[in-house]
Design a binder for this molecule. Structure first.
Ligand code: HLD
Length: 512
């Protein structure tokens, strides 16, 4: 298999010269050979891309700086229509320069991989092209959403409740915030800040996703009122610190109302101690949210669910992103509520042109008025199809496999302790480590050495991107300078790929 050949996708001479006005739906036909030919060539290209992506000899990316990339692409939107042949070439060039996030050597993001069944689902979704706000226009998908979300709530451990798919984990967390405020201060919806008896305060760990803090900025609390609770050396929130900070804010006359625990932090992959945080949330009458956007997939695993997610059913709301560990295609983010009725009561605006109450059917299936968006993309079909392709048992094994690969990586790092330094034992598939170049091997590990190791990360990362053979993220945190954070969340990854990750870092860092 060779890389995308942009000239391969040739239409017949006759079709090549046509433009969009010559195919469906511009021509009034329900069977046009030219339309079929065009779409078949597009699908041939897409299938080639999937195959190339799974060829380990292929590069993950062909990196160019933005100004050079602009010259390689024809990005202008022209005054006149281009031909169908040109459109095909446009598609091929686009994929040629796209980073292959499903390549088995892409360990860069929480969402990696390309599940082919989920992708087929996304193709169907694109073709059906419907909005998810009413049963009227999306009957099958709305019923599917109901089944999949009910199943996810059962897995959390709830009977009943309500859920919705959101455009990303950050917005899912925002839905939790809004429902929490609404339950405590239902008049806020009508009267705004006047309905509040004082300043609201929320609590989350210093390792949590920035979207929690963003809720405080967006919803009028101010980021000063999103209290960052210190975490321990493993990145887990310290419950006694949570209680101390709640009491401190109460003594100032403020109103603690929301506590977030993270199940799988973004960088380290830490799981906050859910039961201890639930006890404190209950004691101080706070809404208890769990951001399991990343770690939620492990709810499916019999082997790894406990102790990480023990007590999850005590939460009032849970964010869980199937587009991360579960490998559903982007985007697929869910937010679940233990209490039914809150979402609709909090967000309903009763737009009369969409959500008429005198419709033909049971309007409780019109989900559109539960959300702060209007239009909603169909994110359920790709997950439903993928779930059917594996079964819940298959998903459980899939999660175990990702964790076992992570254990393999940790073993390999420890076996090569001259070259690699494991920063901590992982709880999820994030592995935090340093590469030790030759000149620093055997040097005692101290803060000065960490500074040196930190300087190595961006150099190796730039080499990864320029050679195109590997992608692994790096970042500093508040305790240490830059370190590598690899992620295993693609079902394509094998033990040999994990070994390649380490040997390639070593190869790229030979002279450092
Ligand atoms: O917020 C983040 C979301 C994702 C993702 O959906 O892949 C952060 C990251 O990934 C990340 O890799 O740091």
């Amino acid at each position: 298999m060779t890389s995308i050949n942009v000239d391969k996708y040739k239409l017949s001479d006759k079709t090549a010269r046509l433009t969009a006005k010559d195919i469906i739906p511009m021509i009034q036909s329900s069977d046009s050979a030219e339309t079929r030919e065009f779409l078949q060539k597009v699908s041939e290209l897409l299938i080639d891309y999937v195959n190339i992506q799974n060829d380990r000899k292929e590069k993950i990316l062909d990196f160019h700086h933005p100004e050079d990339m602009k010259k390689l692409l024809k990005l202008d939107v022209p005054a006149e229509a281009v031909t169908l042949q040109q459109l095909l070439k446009d598609c091929a060039i686009t994929l040629k320069y796209q980073v292959k996030t499903g390549h088995p050597h892409f360990f860069n993001q929480l969402s990696c991989g390309l599940d082919v069944v989920s992708m087929a689902g996304e193709w169907l979704t694109a073709t059906a092209n419907t909005n998810m706000f009413t049963y009227e226009i999306a009957p099958v998908f709305i019923l599917m959403e109901n089944v999949v979300l009910t199943k996810m709530r059962e897995i959390i451990g709830w009977n009943g409740g309500d859920s919705i798919l959101a455009p990303g984990g950050s917005i899912a967390n925002l839905y939790a915030f809004l429902a929490a405020r609404h339950r405590m201060f239902p008049d806020y919806k009508e009267h705004g800040a006047r309905a509040l008896p004082g300043e609201l305060v929320m609590f989350t760990s210093d390792q949590s996703h920035y979207s929690i803090k963003s809720c405080a900025a967006v919803c009028g609390l101010g980021t000063d009122n999103c209290v960052m609770v210190p975490s321990d050396e493993n990145g887990r929130m310290i419950p006694t610190e949570l209680e101390r900070l709640i009491l401190e804010r109460k003594s100032r006359g403020q109103i603690p109302f929301f506590v977030n625990a993270t199940a799988g932090t973004t960088v380290i992959g830490a799981f906050d101690p859910i039961n201890a945080i639930a006890d404190i949330s209950e004691k101080y009458n706070c809404w208890f949210h769990i951001d399991a956007a990343w770690g939620g997939g492990l709810l499916l695993s019999k082997k790894y669910r406990h102790p990480r997610l023990s007590g999850v059913e005590r939460a009032d709301s849970v964010t869980w992103n199937p587009h991360k560990l579960m490998g559903a295609l982007l985007q697929c983010s869910t937010i679940h509520f233990k209490q039914d009725g809150l979402l609709i009561s909090c967000n309903q605006m009763s737009a009369e042109y969409l959500f008429m109450t005198d419709k033909l059917y049971d309007i409780s299936y019109d989900t559109g008025d539960k959300v702060i968006q209007c239009g909603r993309h169909n994110d359920v079909f790709k997950l439903w199809l993928q779930w059917r392709s594996k079964g819940t048992e298959g998903f459980s094994k899939h999660m175990d496999h990702l964790m076992e690969l992570t254990e393999h990586q940790v073993r390999r790092i420890k076996q090569q302790s001259d070259k690699f330094h494991l920063i901590m034992e992982p709880e999820c598939t994030n592995v935090s480590f340093w590469y030790i170049p030759r000149r620093l091997r055997g040097v005692p590990h101290d803060a000065r050495k960490e500074q040196e190791l930190g300087k190595i990360c961006p150099i190796i990362k730039s080499r990864m991107m320029q050679t195109g053979t590997l992608m692994v993220a790096y970042q500093p945190d508040d305790r240490r300078p830059n370190f590598f954070r690899s992620i295993i969340s693609s079902i394509a990854v094998t033990e040999a790929d994990v070994d390649f990750m380490l040997s390639e870092i070593d190869r790229l860092g030979q002279d450092l």
